[in-house]
Design a protein around this ligand. Structure first.
Ligand SMILES: Nc1nc2c(ncn2[C@@H]2O[C@H](COP(=O)(O)OP(=O)(O)OP(=O)(O)O)[C@@H](O)[C@H]2O)c(=O)[nH]1
Ligand SMILES: [Mg+2]
Length: 631
């Protein structure tokens, strides 16, 4: 037996004022979406209304659709857009007595800017005639849009004509619509905030990108309020989990109503943050022409309002290239917003003019953080491989865990893309780092150049210090340096401590300082167990260089900064200490000092070193031999 599944979708109405949207929603669902007293009094929709529609697909699957009823009046377009942030299908309404009107056109453009792909057209008030004429007019107006072939259903709430047909048409359309994807990055675009006595603050919105669960820790952007979900309702039912594509009401008792507003986004706690600078591709509808104000080219540097999700934020637009944006054209631009938004790559938005009278453009987010170079214009935003490749090509490299977190792809999908691209030799993946091939090749070549230069310039040095390498390469992220060094060490390089060198490199002193080496050795050999202090030996830059060489190569042992011994002296002292103690039992510093004929200055750090090396160990104020002694 086939298991019946329930699929969730969001429908929003659209269309000119008074064309019968709310009446149609009531006829479809039985509930009146106009809930405000002002709306009832004026018989007009002012703000978003909500209803639920249960349908059954031909195969028996249940279809659960949340309907968002929007206002048609031109004064409330901003409320209308807030309802459209993430819908699956538009119920586009045109009245038979009125035909195509200004907000029919404006709403259609808004749906296009937001990338809505599906619509069912209700030709309302069919009892008032002109079905054929208006039907043809609608068809003509939809030509060239994604709704070219969308079904048109004449309806009348007066006579009941077409309502059943409309229900069936919606069911057929939704049965072949893909459900919203679960990429484990839930975002609830909040469109209502209110309080219920005894329950506290409730926010409602359309959930996208992932699930929300009762009890989860969440954060509200852009205010960064962290809180916990006490309970969730969907279509008046308590639920444990809300899925993408559901109208969702969340109880957040720890937040006050005045701490949240429409347009905020509720999401899980994560490392991302909202941003006020975005790189976008912005377009002006080719449907705008003539000398209407809305058709005027959009000037570089214009102030405007950006509608994203349920939010509306003032901002300024700056095109990458000079010049204005004309109807039918698109440009890459930087948006600077008055308040940050939590956007992902591929999110759509609508642009309205600063007086909020006209819808003037729309676009898609290319880089939600706007701090990187612009994504190549030709990138396919809905292809994860292409996006990963382009992102790495643009920024050189990324830490795997930070790559494309603000995108419409899940962490698993991104990880899989990395594996595939690496397998095809299109990118480099090393440990926690993914990089563009060319970037990696250059970085590697630069690093090798620096190691070789260090060997050439200071043949007496073991190699180059990793800190030095990091700052010469201007690397900020320790993970990148780690991956690079690991990569180099798979080839002809070795790392010892914090130094990297060519495997073949043997440090040598330049000829002209050879006499200095001789002098130092003689000075240290004169009283081998109590040699002069470093200060006395290291009198100029040359002796400093040679001493460092001798220490790095192990010819001179550095007991303390100021106490240096020739290696052979150190070895002799070590065996004499061991011999003395094994003959005389545990001994004090002073006994050993006298026995070896040295000073406390040398003996104290010597014994500390022998303790560390596991030759001796403390026993009160005496030293005894270490049990598992390595001589
Ligand atoms: N004759 C007739 N009148 C209708 C029909 N549908 C709606 N009306 C009337 O048209 C008027 C407007 O209907 P609404 O449903 O409020 O229109 P709307 O599109 O929601 O309007 P806004 O939300 O303000 O944009 C009301 O007086 C309805 O009774 C219909 O099928 N036939
Ligand atoms: Mg209405």
């Amino acid at each position: 037996m086939r298991v019946v599944t329930t699929r969730h979708f969001i429908i929003a109405t659209a269309g000119h004022v008074d064309h019968g949207k709310s009446a149609l929603v009531k006829a479809l669902t039985g509930s009146d979406p106009d809930r405000l007293p002002e709306e009832k009094k004026r018989q007009i929709t002012i703000d978003l209304g909500f209803a639920a529609l249960k349908l059954t697909a031909a195969n028996g699957d249940k279809i659960h659709a949340g309907i968002i009823d929007v206002p048609g009046h031109e004064d409330f377009v901003r409320n209308m857009i807030a309802g459209l942030g993430s819908i699956d299908l538009a119920l586009f309404v045109v009245a038979a007595d009125d035909g195509w009107m200004p907000q029919s056109e404006e709403h259609l453009q808004i749906l296009n800017y937001l990338g809505v792909q599906r619509a069912v057209i209700a030709l309302t008030k069919s009892d008032l005639g002109r079905i054929d004429v208006v039907g043809n007019q609608i068809r003509e107006r939809l030509t060239g849009t994604p709704f070219t072939d969308s079904p048109i259903v004449p309806t009348s709430v007066r006579t009941g004509t077409g309502i059943e047909k409309l229900v069936n048409t919606l069911a057929i359309q939704l049965a072949t619509t893909d459900c919203q994807r679960d990429i484990r990055k839930p975002r609830l675009f909040i469109d209502r905030v209110f309080t219920l006595r005894g329950i506290g603050t409730i926010v409602t919105g359309t959930l996208t990108g992932g699930c929300l669960r009762r009890g989860q820790q969440v954060v509200v952007y852009p205010t960064n309020h962290e809180t916990r979900i006490r309970s969730i309702q969907s279509y008046d039912q308590e639920v444990e989990v809300a899925h993408p594509g559901m109208r969702t009401a969340v109880n957040l008792p720890d937040l006050r109503v005045d701490q949240i507003k429409r347009g905020d986004v509720l999401t899980l706690l994560n490392h991302d943050a909202p941003s006020a600078t975005l790189i976008v591709r912005v377009e002006k509808s080719p449907r705008l022409n003539g000398d209407k104000i809305v058709a005027h080219p959009l000037k570089n540097g214009s102030s405007m309002y950006v509608h994203h999700g349920a939010s509306r934020v003032a901002g300024r637009i700056k095109f990458r290239e000079n010049g204005s944006l004309e109807a039918g054209k698109e440009k890459i631009a930087r948006l600077k917003l008055a308040s940050p938004i939590f956007a992902f790559i591929g999110d759509r938005f609508v642009v309205r003019d600063s007086s909020e009278r006209h819808t003037i453009a729309g676009g898609i987010v290319l880089d939600p953080d706007g701090d990187k170079e612009l994504l190549a214009v030709g990138v396919t935003l809905d292809n994860v491989d292409s996006l990963v490749r382009a992102t790495l090509a643009q920024q050189g490299f990324a830490r795997r865990e930070n790559l494309l977190t603000k995108s419409r792809f899940s962490a698993d999908e991104i990880s899989e893309a990395l594996t595939n691209l690496e397998k095809n030799g299109e990118i480099i993946v090393r440990r926690d780092i993914a990089a563009d091939c060319e970037f990696w090749r250059q970085l590697r070549a630069q690093a090798i150049g620096l190691v070789d230069a260090a060997h050439n310039e200071s043949p007496d040095r073991v190699g180059i210090d990793l800190g030095e390498l990091r700052s010469a390469l201007r690397i900020q992220e320790p993970e990148l340096l780690e991956s690079l060094v690991t990569d180099l060490c798979k080839g002809n390089f070795v790392r010892k401590g914090s130094v990297i060198r060519r495997t073949s490199h043997r440090p040598t002193l330049p000829i002209h300082v050879q006499p200095v080496q001789k002098r130092i050795r003689e000075a240290l050999a004169e009283q081998p167990f109590d040699p002069p202090s470093r200060k006395a030996i290291e009198v100029d830059p040359e002796t400093r260089q040679v001493l460092r060489f001798l220490i790095e190569n192990g010819d001179v042992t550095e007991l303390a900064f100021d106490v240096l011994l020739l290696l052979e002296s150190f070895e002799r002292m070590k065996s004499q200490v061991a011999e003395f103690i094994s003959k005389n039992g545990p001994s004090t510093v002073s006994q050993l000092r006298q026995a070896l004929g040295t000073s406390r200055r040398v003996m104290v750090p010597l014994l500390e070193r022998l303790d560390r090396d596991g030759v001796t160990q403390r026993a009160g104020d005496k030293r005894m031999l270490c049990r598992s002694r390595n001589l």
